[in-house]
Design a protein around this ligand. Sequence first.
Ligand SMILES: Nc1nc2c(ncn2[C@@H]2O[C@H](COP(=O)(O)OP(=O)(O)OP(=O)(O)O)[C@@H](O)[C@H]2O)c(=O)[nH]1
Length: 370
Amino acid sequence: MSEKVGEAGDATLKPTALLVMGMAGSGKTTFVQRLTAELQMANLQRPPYVVNLDPAVADLQYPANIDIRDTVNYKEVMTQYGLGPNGAIMTSLNLFSTKFDQVLSLIEKRSPDHDHVIFDTPGQIEVFTWSASGSIITETLASTVPTVILYIMDVAKCTSPVTFMSNMMYACSILYKTELPFVIVLNKSDIVNHAFAIEWMRDYETFLDAINQEESYISNLSRSLSLVLDDFYCDLKAVGFSSVTGMGMGDLMEKITDARKEYFDDFLPELERKREKARKREEERKAEDLQRLKDDLTPSASRYSSTRSSKAASRKASPPRGMIPPSELLEYRDQNEIPGSSNSQSAKEKLEDESFEQWIKETRAQKNKK
Ligand SMILES: Nc1nc2c(ncn2[C@@H]2O[C@H](COP(=O)(O)OP(=O)(O)OP(=O)(O)O)[C@@H](O)[C@H]2O)c(=O)[nH]1
């Protein structure tokens, strides 16, 4: 098990970053409020560190250590850039992501005092999951501290197999995009028991039965997709939860612990492998650049010098210093054809050879005259 994350520090001592995502109204903010309160009650000495990344939230129901709204004013962004609400949320997040290194330094500094760092994300899920800033934040966070995604699903809205399938497709897309450990939180279990959703995930036949009762044309698509998603469900961690009552807290904490372990066992080695690959690619690129620079700086005469010395004995009259007889010049070129050299370059060299030959002839003629 690799234990190093980022450039320094024992990763196993670092807090777990929990990225809370979910569709609008799924209960993210209520969930963060509940999780914060429960973790604080469980260990008053080590409360969670909370970061709000939703610039448009009007009333934050939990105490945030870092709040995006302290850095960017979403309403001002709207007027200044002439944007609508979603564009302004996206721009605010973009502006904030440029300061994310400072957020990370703060988290690293406070690491010894916290076991969890909770991130609440914007209401419109796509603003975070499909934006460059969302990717930057997720990737830099995951390469610095053990990170787990908590995908909040409104279980009361997923009783229809088609809606359930759509939500799962979205979860699947986030999982494949981030490749991070993932826990599905079946929220609002106090309204509708989440057992049906767990059964649909675990037993394909049961889901098929439910789908067969649907009349809509989309049920055909769901049938095919459910087969594909069967693979996705295999290793998926799902837990029933209620952000209102706190039901399912113990189960959730167990899943978070498992997901953290998964980060070290699977995600981190893969991240190291990618880093190593990128490092090698960069080294190769630098070596190529250096070689190209050397080739450009080396005067053509000195490049030919070794060939020249080996032929020196067989020559009758040596040409002036730094010049090579055209026969050798041509021989050298045959042996050292530079890949990728342009036609115009070889034409230029041909012209030089011809004028050089001309010069030799003229010199010899002058000598003969004397
Ligand atoms: N019964 C019940 N209601 C819940 C639960 N979680 C959230 N809610 C309610 O669902 C509604 C939406 O909750 P929010 O926490 O605002 O959801 P959100 O995902 O943060 O919403 P946006 O950020 O605006 O997209 C609120 O009325 C909550 O009170 C739950 O576990 N049970």
